[in-house]
Design a protein around this ligand. Structure first.
Ligand SMILES: [Zn+2]
Ligand SMILES: [Zn+2]
Length: 240
């Protein structure tokens, strides 16, 4: 049975359109027997009044203990891809203060375009040393050349996110995630399973992703968040 013990993509009230505090998320994570929790609120590129400014992200390591109530807290961000060149919305000086960086395309920030443009985004993101995780990769509004780009993620050692909350509402996410996961299996690319929770009760909700990965007999050893040690090992920015 495949499993994941750390949720690597979660939001708090700092994301404005999310509804729980970090402490509430921690309580649910504990209840579900997770061993770690990454807090990854939306970076400021989402728009003024949509999320917190960069000072919120720069202070996390200082303000939040490494372990809270027995749970390892990983301080991260969901950065926004701002344009088709794959530029992100936080400076290096903020990225270097964080443990984990997810890069995601959101419709209100970067306009969906052609497969060629989306390939260019991910080609540049693959080369960005600050990015750890490719956020909700299965979003059908940003279709890309799966085989070519997944091979590039392998070359640059990126982690591909299989985002459970995408399945019901992102265009073609079910089919795309399956297709992407099959390529990750073929080329031995690391993946992470996440909830993308915007409310505490959703923390650790990996059911849809795990079912799909079981279905394609995905190798457990490629799931970086299968336990805390393997996740920390896969995050070069983290101080162990
Ligand atoms: Zn959000
Ligand atoms: Zn997102």
């Amino acid at each position: 049975m495949l499993e994941a013990k750390i949720d690597t993509h979660t939001h708090t009230i700092a994301s404005i359109h999310a509804y729980s505090t970090l402490m509430e998320n921690i309580q649910i994570a504990k209840k579900k027997s997770l061993t770690g929790l990454a807090v990854t609120d939306h970076a400021p590129g989402l728009g003024i009044g949509e999320t917190f400014p960069k000072s919120y992200f720069g202070n996390m390591r200082k303000a939040i203990p490494e372990v809270v109530d027995g749970l390892r807290i990983i301080k991260g961000v969901e950065a926004n891809v701002m344009d088709h060149d794959g530029n992100l919305d936080l400076p290096t000086s903020t990225f270097e203060k964080l443990d984990l960086v997810i890069a995601s395309c959101h419709e209100k920030v970067v306009k969906p375009a052609t497969i060629k443009e989306h390939d260019k985004i991910w080609e540049n993101i693959a080369k960005n040393p600050w990015v750890d995780i490719i956020g909700h990769s299965g979003n059908g509004n940003y279709d890309f050349s799966h085989e070519k780009i997944i091979k590039l993620f392998k070359e640059y050692d990126k982690i591909v996110e299989i985002n459970s909350s995408s399945f019901p509402y992102r265009k073609n996410a079910r089919k795309n995630c399956r297709d992407i996961a099959l390529l990750c299996k073929k080329y031995r690319v690391k993946v992470t399973i996440s909830s993308d929770a915007h409310f505490a009760t959703d923390i650790g909700n990996f059911t849809e992703s795990l079912n799909m990965l079981e279905d394609i007999q995905f190798p457990q050893e490629l799931i970086v968040n299968r336990n805390l040690d393997t996740l920390l090992e896969a995050l070069p920015k983290i101080k162990k």
